[in-house]
Design a protein around this ligand. Structure first.
Ligand code: ADE
Length: 234
């Protein structure tokens, strides 16, 4: 059975989707409110996980154990690491990496979680294609591309750190939850995709741009998610 977990980090990111859903129940766990119901007749569980990788990982595990979700979508905003991604554009994950995982001392690649066997968590190709198609349909004026999400428990607002994330990981955008959603989805064999609207350039102007563009960015990713869930039904 299809049941889609939709995770946003902040209220703004899930507020729009919650308004549009048909609500059956709200179940509170680990301080998170899981909104169960349907979105255009598609079973969904919409939840704000809070900021950062621990919150995101806990949230995915609850969605897997308690709600038996079949797919997971992580929506939200991100800082751009790619000159081709401007504020307002949308990045759909090809893959995701933890940029703050460093066990190189034992021979692992920077960013690689020990004992998993790879560094990049691959997004589900079908979900990626659906997200890009949905974006072109509902946000035709918005530039959308697929690429690499790098995640860490850090808001990136410094040019040197930004340059390091580009050179070490070839990241296209930086945020604080995606790789944990991807990691949790992988461990539970659940297909995932991360959709991020660009709210800032992850450099010295990020602090200023973020609050200005956050609302519009969150609105665009919500419209995209609403459109794409219809395509997931078998
Ligand atoms: N989310 C939005 N912008 C971000 C940034 N610059 N760093 C981390 N997470 C973000």
């Amino acid at each position: 059975m299809v049941k889609i977990g939709i995770i946003g980090a902040m209220e703004l990111e899930v507020e729009q989707l919650k308004k549009e859903m048909n609500l059956n129940a709200i179940i509170r766990k680990a301080g998170m409110d899981f909104h169960e119901g349907t979105l255009d007749d598609v079973p969904v569980v919409i939840v704000r996980c809070g900021i950062g990788k621990v919150n995101a990982a806990l949230c995915v595990q609850i969605l897997a154990d308690e709600f038996r979700i079949s797919h997971v979508i992580n929506t939200g905003v991100a800082g751009s690491l790619n000159a081709r991604l401007d504020i307002g554009d949308i990045l759909v994950s090809k893959d995701a990496i933890h940029h703050d995982m460093d066990v190189r001392v034992f021979g692992y690649q920077l960013g690689e979680v020990p004992q998993i066997g790879f560094r990049e968590f691959q997004a589900d190709e079908h979900l990626v294609a659906l997200a890009i198609g949905a974006c072109k349909k509902v946000n035709p004026d918005i530039h959308v591309m697929s690429g690499r999400v790098v995640s860490g428990d850090q808001f990136i607002s410094n040019k040197e750190v930004k340059e390091r994330l580009i050179s070490q990981f070839q990241g296209d955008c930086a945020e604080m939850e995606g790789a944990s959603v991807a990691h949790g989805a992988y461990l539970n064999s659940i297909p995932f995709v991360i959709i991020r609207a660009i709210s800032d350039k992850a450099d010295d102007s990020a602090e200023m741009d973020y609050p200005t563009f956050e609302a519009a960015a969150a609105k665009h990713s919500a419209a995209l998610v609403k459109e794409m869930v219809k395509g997931i039904l078998p």
